[in-house]
Design a protein around this ligand. Structure first.
Ligand code: C2E
Ligand code: MG
Ligand code: MG
Ligand code: MG
Length: 285
């Protein structure tokens, strides 16, 4: 069967060659219609200032609400990434997240961006369009990139600089999980570093391994701060972790201790494309 590509045209998927399970194939077909069927939702989780304990912004996290139940992004984002569907989905996410700021429900939003989205030649242009259409300030938008960007720093650095010139800050997400290298980090002009929650989980006991994990993290945070980065620790669940992370120099904290990812208290009005007057719901649009 075939699936529409983001930039036009089609990608073909040979079931045998592609080696996808029937479940994945069914999901992919359904995911293709997720936007037009109005099945995508954003939930928002606070990013909290360590001193004031007030939110400095919220991370937008995507949910796919199928009639059969909610599907985790850990399942469908990888599927969307390997097929290119992540590009139109990501555009929906970015616009919807910006609209949450536009309608005053949150003061700043941090949006996850997949490598493939970031590589689109018109990515920066799309960000500009969204800023213009929603009339939000560039400082009210953060973009989160995953660590795989550290593999090709030159390529991403150019785009990050362009975003930075617009006033949009970029964060490196999930730091410490995969390709992390402090050298590569120095070559990427990101302004924010998000420490992966696996690191945070390790600092939960302060005897033995927990003590050592905390000292390693202290080293990473110290170096990152020397590069001028703002540090966000993810997955903070206990007061003890919050204190330890504060002591080693983290600036902002995110995790269940401060709030779960939640829908907005008031739903946003439906989006209408101002240019055509038509509702923009198609994945291919
Ligand atoms: P992420 O960007 O690292 O997001 C943080 C994840 O940690 C979220 O999982 C969040 O619900 C979870 N989390 C937050 N606080 C805690 C905590 O205290 N304890 C624990 N155990 N978990 C916590 P979620 O929502 O399932 O998202 C998983 C991943 O899916 C995200 O990881 C991100 O990589 C990806 N993702 C989500 N939404 C989008 C999106 O709109 N676009 C793209 N490209 N990726 C997305
Ligand atoms: Mg993230
Ligand atoms: Mg993360
Ligand atoms: Mg993650």
């Amino acid at each position: 069967y075939r699936i529409k590509r983001a930039g036009g045209g089609y990608a073909w998927f040979d079931e045998a060659k592609d080696q996808r399970s029937p479940v994945e194939i069914e999901q992919l077909t359904a995911l293709h219609h997720a936007i037009e069927r109005d099945e995508l939702r954003l939930v928002f989780q606070a990013i909290t200032d360590i001193e004031s304990r007030l939110p400095v912004g919220h991370e937008a996290l995507l949910r796919w609400e199928r009639p059969s139940g909610v599907v985790s992004p850990l399942t469908f984002i990888p599927l969307a990434e390997t097929t290119g569907l992540i590009v139109p989905i990501g555009r929906w996410v970015l616009r919807e997240a910006a609209r949450a700021v536009q309608y005053g429900q949150i003061s700043r939003v941090s949006v996850n961006v997949s490598a493939l989205e970031f590589q689109q030649p018109d990515f920066v242009e799309y960000v500009e369009t969204v800023l213009r259409q929603t009339n939000i300030q560039p400082e009210q938008l953060w973009l989160e990139l995953t660590e795989s960007c550290l593999l090709e720093t030159e390529r991403y650095a150019v785009v990050i600089e362009q975003l930075s010139a617009l006033g949009v800050q970029t964060a490196l997400d999930d730091f410490g999980t995969g390709y992390s290298s402090l050298t590569a980090l120095a070559q990427l002009p990101v302004k924010i570093l998000k420490i992966d929650r696996r690191f945070t989980a390790e600092v939960s006991d302060f005897t033995g391994p927990g003590r050592r994990a905390l000292e390693v993290l202290r080293g990473v945070v110290t170096i990152a701060r020397a590069y001028g980065l703002t540090i966000v620790a993810e997955g903070v669940e206990t007061e003890q972790q919050a204190q330890a992370l504060k002591d080693i120099g983290c600036t902002f904290l995110q995790g269940y201790l401060f709030g779960y990812p939640d829908p907005l208290p008031v739903g946003l009005p439906q989006y209408h494309n101002r240019d055509s007057g038509q509702q923009r719901t198609s994945l291919s649009g």
